[in-house]
Design a protein. Structure first.
Length: 152
């Protein structure tokens, strides 16, 4: 299934940066790239975080969200991930889109203009209806919380 998302370049950005793209035919996530205002680099020291701009705003169809997720290669090789993984971009947001990266690695990490820094997953949204009750249905687990299902 495919859903159309409309993108709009922001003023002054590098319009030669590739749009979000799927790297394989069955990929769930499409890679997004840094579009740095000075077209240079951003250094993330160990423990540092930064909002990395993508250079566009977008229109997400009603009934969908865009989940912003880490790239596994950056996480494994450099300890770079997202602070709020997965992040959510709601269908009614029309502002500049960026990715909040954090460096959990031990060495500084350089984000260069045009680097693939995260991935988008487009997902349908189901909104809950919340109501108070005096009784909840029973389950085998019951009220067992963190670690209650065992190890391994």
């Amino acid at each position: 299934m495919r859903v159309e998302l409309k993108l709009k370049w922001l003023d002054g950005v590098d319009r030669t940066i590739a749009l979000p793209s799927y790297e394989t035919a069955q990929a769930a996530g499409c890679d997004v790239r840094a579009n740095l205002p000075d077209r240079g680099e951003l250094v993330l020291d160990s423990g540092a975080r930064a909002l990395v701009p993508l250079g566009f705003a977008m229109e997400i169809p009603q009934g969908y969200e865009v989940q912003v997720r880490p790239r596994s290669g950056l996480a494994l090789k450099h300890g770079v991930t997202l602070v709020n993984a997965p992040g959510t971009i709601d269908a009614d947001y029309r502002g500049p889109v960026g990715v909040i990266l954090i460096n959990h690695g031990t060495a500084p990490f350089v984000v260069s203009h045009g680097d693939r820094i995260a991935q988008f997953v487009i997902a349908p949204v189901v909104q809950g209806l919340f109501s108070m009750t005096d009784d909840l249905g029973q389950t085998a687990r019951g009220s067992g919380g963190f670690g209650s299902t065992g190890q391994g």
